[in-house]
Design a protein around this ligand. Sequence first.
Ligand code: ATP
Ligand code: MG
Length: 417
Amino acid sequence: MINIPKGTKDVLPSQSHKWQHVEQTARDVAKLYNLKEIRTPVFEHTELFRRGVGETTDVVNKEMYTFLDKGGRSVTLKPEGTAGAARLFIENGLSSSPMPLKAFYLTPCFRYERPQAGRLREFHQFGIEVFGSKEPETDAEVISAANALLKKLGITGCELQINSIGCPICRAEYNKALKEYFRPHLKNMCQTCNTRFEQNPLRMLDCKEEECKKITANAPEILDYLCPDCKDHFKKVQNLLTAQGVKYVINPNIVRGLDYYTRTVFEFVSTSIGAQGTVCGGGRYDNLISELGGAPTPAVGFAAGLERLLIVMENTGATIPEEQKPLIYLAGMDENSRKKAVELAANLRANGINAEVDLMSRSVKAQFKYADKIGAKFVAAIGETELANGEVSLKNMSTGESSAVKFGGLCAYLQKV
Ligand code: ATP
Ligand code: MG
């Protein structure tokens, strides 16, 4: 027996309708916001993620599925969706299309992490990316789309936390202040924080170690260092969120794990799933496209983890529509009626009706039992008499009522119920 790889999960037939519900809801929200789907390869040149996600991130340093293909090229399974979306935008010359360009994706992602609840090695994201606008309306619209998704999924008890991490100019000032603050504490901080101190002190605010978190609590706050333009942008985003009725809190410690973010960053955090509470994270990344060799293009986006959305939905009792059951099971008693059942089922299916017939050579009694197990709403019994009369004996499985329905009228009958 060969088992499933660690950190991956199967979706079973009895569970897939939940996934379809979340994916369909995501597509519905994308439609409302006029976002068009993009699909990028599951693997890309490793260099794309090294540059696009950032050398100092955990994703690049520790979590990438990187290997040499048979041609000796280094390729990496996508750990997130934004770098690929940015490459697609540049490579296909989409900067000459009408701006902004509004895109969404649904994709598997791969990160070599320690598997635990809400943290897998293969997981799935719904993400949106809006390219070409530096205006705060765009930040607010992207956040509002994420908010709409959670609302449509019936997720409650999620808090929207927002922050601004400024532009490279104000962040340089802030990094200086952070370094001054952290320097005397370094010996009490973890190894990762010590490395980040040298490479990207902002990310020290992201540390989950208790000891480091205590020190971080008193660190200077980025919001006090924002330049007038960044301050103004952040204020406008907040006003636009309020105007749309989107509730938020400001959390100055949100910095996001990825290097390309500028100005607005945000997370939707659920209190119901413990440590892995962030269901959705995003922000503005005005420097990514140019970093990847495109003409400077502002952009903003988010990604939500589908597994975490599902966990939150199940933990908070959000309604998930039931899986689709067959409308009718056609039970034949002898060879001729079985053939008629097949013929009728084909006709019903051609007319969009979900119909089932026996594929196991079961007795009629066993067919009824099976039909009940799979939740068929009606069972049509066909035997010699029915064949002779050109009708089925139709039983409503929930009321127990039976009635005779002509072969030719069955489709119309079922389309009405
Ligand atoms: P975390 O702090 O939980 O590691 P992150 O900052 O690495 O999150 P992002 O890169 O922003 O996460 O990814 C966006 C979303 O994708 C997350 O909010 C989460 O819902 C989901 N996600 C990220 N990593 C995983 C994983 N290993 N397993 C399942 N879902 C994940
Ligand atoms: Mg992570």
